[in-house]
Design a protein around this ligand. Structure first.
Ligand code: SF4
Ligand code: SF4
Length: 207
């Protein structure tokens, strides 16, 4: 699941140069996180109308990052054809896919934070840093790239206080890794030196 949060409304508004706006929500991650599903789209519509914008229509498409064709979106709500601009309430992936198809200005309404998931109904953030070279098996299934603030691969920085990271207000990722490896009886993995990441394997470099 892609973790995202809504931008401040005033930040959205100050960038929206056009007047006739169509709002697109996303039925997947953004809906589950309550940042881009139908209730949030309707709330956005209300706020934009109050700010004197003309909302020509809205649609929550099943998955903003996976659209078959622009024609399919048009057929779901032809009012989109009257829009001067789109406001997309999805992660950056969805915004990019939609703006790649649309021939009008497209604005993101959300900020994409991390790759996470849900566990026992709870949303968990920053589970993967998209390094393209997954090594979590050596760390008890806990990603050191995303769960350690310094992305350290060979042990903690030593700055944690009572299990709290010295950089962010959250548990030290290396504390979690140690406890998990201990539980799994795999502490010997801590003896293995892990070479720096090969950043050419990072997918972002191949586009
Ligand atoms: S090691 Fe790399 S691919 Fe695996 S979870 Fe961490 S960032 Fe993602
Ligand atoms: S305190 Fe822990 S999580 Fe924070 S940077 Fe140091 S090792 Fe990483």
């Amino acid at each position: 699941m892609i973790i995202s949060r809504q931008k401040e409304f005033n930040d959205i508004l100050k960038n929206l140069a056009e007047n006739d706006i169509f709002i697109i929500g996303c039925g997947k991650c953004a809906s589950k996180l309550h940042v881009g599903g139908e209730p949030e789209v309707l709330e956005m519509e209300k706020k934009l109308l109050t700010s004197k914008k003309n909302i020509v229509g809205w649609n929550v498409i099943s998955s903003a990052c996976n659209i078959k064709s622009w024609e399919e979106i048009l057929s779901q709500n032809p009012a989109i054809g009257k829009a001067q601009a789109l406001l997309v309430m999805s992660c950056g992936g969805g915004v990019s896919v939609i703006s790649g198809c649309a021939e009008i200005q497209t604005y993101p309404a959300l900020d994409t934070e991390s790759l996470g998931g849900t566990c026992c109904e709870e949303t968990v953030k920053e589970q993967c840093g998209l390094c393209g070279d997954c090594v979590t098996w050596m760390y008890g299934g806990i990603c050191p790239v995303s769960r350690c603030a310094k992305s350290l691969l060979n042990g903690p920085c030593g700055g944690a206080i009572e299990g709290k990271c010295e950089v962010y207000d959250r548990p030290c990722g290396w504390d979690l890794i140690y406890e998990k490896l201990k539980k799994l009886k795999k502490l010997e993995y801590l003896e293995v030196f892990v070479a720096p990441k090969d950043h050419t394997r990072n997918g972002r470099r191949t586009i």
